[in-house]
Design a protein around this ligand. Sequence first.
Ligand code: GLU
Length: 310
Amino acid sequence: MIRGRLAPSPTGAQHLGNARTHLAAYWAARSVGGELALRIDDLDSPRVKSWAADQAIDDLRWLGIEWDTPIARQTEHVEHYRRAIETLHRHDLIYPCYCSRKDIEEAISAPHESRFRGESAPYPGTCSGYQYGDRIEDREHCFRFRAIDKALRFDDRSMGTLRCNPAKELGDFPVVTRSGHASYQLAVLIDDRLQGVNQVVRGNDLVASTFRQIDLAERLEIEAPEYAHLPLVRGSDGRRLAKRHGDTRLSFYRDQGVRPERIVGWAAASLGLIDRIEDCEAGELIECFDWEKLPTEDLLLGPETKRFAE
Ligand code: GLU
């Protein structure tokens, strides 16, 4: 039984790109009679907005996406993260790192071009000689995970087989942040396991993160879910979707009186599931879902989205 998930981050409004990914996750799970879990990724406390979780839930309902679980929140999982961190510590897989961003930039001399989107150069290992209990006075630190020096692979439902050596290409990464919270990489792995999620559909900007999460999963002896990474929706200039591309927040369309079927039809057409943009309800398209039809290239937003309100 497939169980997919929706995992909005309440750090801002959900926009068209989020809608497309949420719908894809919903169709992927439902098309094989699977279930869907909803989780609010509210761990990133300084960036979390008080209104954004409720708004994301309203957006999902408005789109016609239904889920099968009580709504979970990362902030409810803190004890589970703590236990996982304990396990990593017992296996000598984490160490305190005192480097600031600037320290890291200075330690990396050569310019780095990653084949993964948005990835900077691997951590240069400055603090990797420390053990878990080592402390330099009272200086602020995160805890880094010792990435494995071995080729990992996974079969992406959309992109095919992907490979990466985490130690060489990605470097050691934080599992506990400077403010003492579990990092995104650790949290989502534990969240998905707690929620029984075995299928993750998300944007292809997270492929490098997936290798980190698989690395963690192996060391924690957790079975990682299957993954599907989808191309992103970008602005007409190819840049990350932002305000300058116009307002693409779902709440904005809602306020304008745009019918959700418009957005759903646009998303389905842009995913190659229907031939042209036409108004559809989310539930009507479950049978149209087909991994083979999904696009491989990013979508640059065209003028069609300006006409949603017409
Ligand atoms: N909450 C994340 C986001 O909205 C998704 C995390 C994930 O897919 O692992 O981008």
